[in-house]
Design a protein. Structure first.
Length: 399
């Protein structure tokens, strides 16, 4: 979606019509400035090399997020997280007082309240996170990290915390993360107990993914593919009446302060990911439903990203290549980058004669019309001036 492609749209299963969903509020009209770590914001991150993220990348005129792998792993990762508040849980500490809790000042998210009669999360509530992903056609994935992309949900007893037990145990031994649909629900202890699982992505279309996990989706370079993960809240995952635990402390759905939707990829094995390629992410959608049945009866309406084709040489982005675009090229000739060309240049070496050649080759073309006739202006003076400046620079360097 142009301009809103990185948007998160929070949806809520309408109580009056379980098979429908109504939009609660959209975010990120300007994805370059509205990203962040607060509730309702998307925290796109890449810890360090070999993982990099660009949230201002463009596919044509469509803004997307691009995750690139290049370098040797240094025990880090990348991804994004979206936190939504369930309000304050009333707990001051855990672990016998050793782990103090900071009060959560954020109110219950309006989507959560809407499906619970104005109240907080209840057992049986369901959440769905979805997004569109693909390999970068110009930089397809040639090697994969130890942890290919995993899409999951985390439940936290302290909002905004990063204090978690990252061991893949049935229940954590310490920290503030109560439950993780990968690291906890994926433990064999819960086989047969119908616990919501994380979704693992095969990022190079090999047919397999990390740790022999089931493949939820495989990425290719020639089309976008929908990825989604869900969670149904169940604070008694073993049906034994003992609820969730962190160490010796017991927690229920009432203790959740934050639901965190996550996509993560990473490497802690020293894998050489030099030139390993890039993946694209677009149209992130988070939905909240009163029940699992509501979720199952509500089709995912997350739209496929618009692959907007830019007409080469249409430097003023008006849909036609004409003399006005020549003026844009002439006025910016010699610029170190092509930002002034609205993505319609050749993509290399700044504004130069190659961009003129592209403009001339497409002169008269329109985005929605056939070829139009007309005389093509020559670059003459402008290009000559650039050539002379370059020659002068060569002479000065020669001295």
């Amino acid at each position: 979606m142009t301009l809103r492609n990185l948007a998160v749209l929070f949806l809520v299963g309408a109580a009056a019509s379980p098979a429908a969903a109504v939009q609660v509020f959209p975010l990120f009209e300007n994805p370059e400035t509205d990203l962040g770590t607060a509730f309702g914001e998307v925290n796109y991150f890449a810890d360090a090399s070999p993982f990099f993220v660009d949230v201002t990348a463009l596919e044509g005129s469509n803004n997307i997020a691009v995750y690139t792998m290049d370098g040797v792993s240094g025990n880090n990762g990348a991804g994004f997280a979206i936190g939504i508040s369930n309000g304050e849980n009333g707990l001051d500490s855990s672990e016998g007082g050793a782990n103090t809790d900071v009060p959560n000042a954020a109110p219950v998210n309006s989507a959560i309240a809407s499906v619970n009669g104005g109240g907080k999360i209840q057992n049986g509530n369901a959440f769905r996170l979805s997004m569109w992903m693909r390999q970068d056609p110009a930089d397809p994935v040639s090697a994969v990290p130890q942890i290919e992309p995993v899409v999951k949900f985390e439940l936290w007893k302290e909002a905004g915390s990063g204090n978690a037990d990252f061991n893949p145990a049935a229940f954590p031994s310490f920290g503030d993360r109560i439950w993780d649909t990968d690291q906890n629900a994926g433990n064999a202890t819960f086989n047969g107990f119908n616990q919501s699982q994380a979704s693992w992505i095969d990022m190079n279309n090999s047919g397999t993914t990390s740790f022999e996990k089931p493949v939820a989706q495989s990425l290719v370079a020639d089309e976008w593919r929908l990825v989604e993960a869900t969670i149904v809240i169940d604070d008694d995952p073993l049906d034994d009446g003992f609820n969730w635990t962190i160490g010796s402390d017991i927690f229920t759905a009432a203790d959740i302060e934050e639901v965190r939707a996550v996509m993560f990829l990473g490497d802690y094995a020293g894998t050489d990911l030099t030139g390993a390629g890039s993946v694209w992410v677009d149209n992130v959608l988070l939905e909240v439903f009163a029940t699992e049945a509501d979720l199952n009866n509500t089709p995912n309406t997350n739209p496929m990203p618009e692959s907007v084709t830019v007409l080469g040489g249409d430097f003023n982005a008006d849909g036609i290549v004409n003399a006005a675009d020549y003026t844009v090229w002439r006025d910016n000739l010699g610029a170190a980058d092509e930002s002034a060309l609205n993505g319609a240049g050749n993509g290399a070496d700044g504004v130069d004669s190659a961009d003129y050649d592209l403009w001339r080759a497409n002169y008269g073309q329109a985005a929605s019309a056939g070829l139009q006739t007309g005389n093509v202006p020559e670059p003459a003076a402008a290009l000559l001036a650039l050539a002379m400046a370059a020659a002068g620079a060569s002479v000065r360097r020669a001295r």
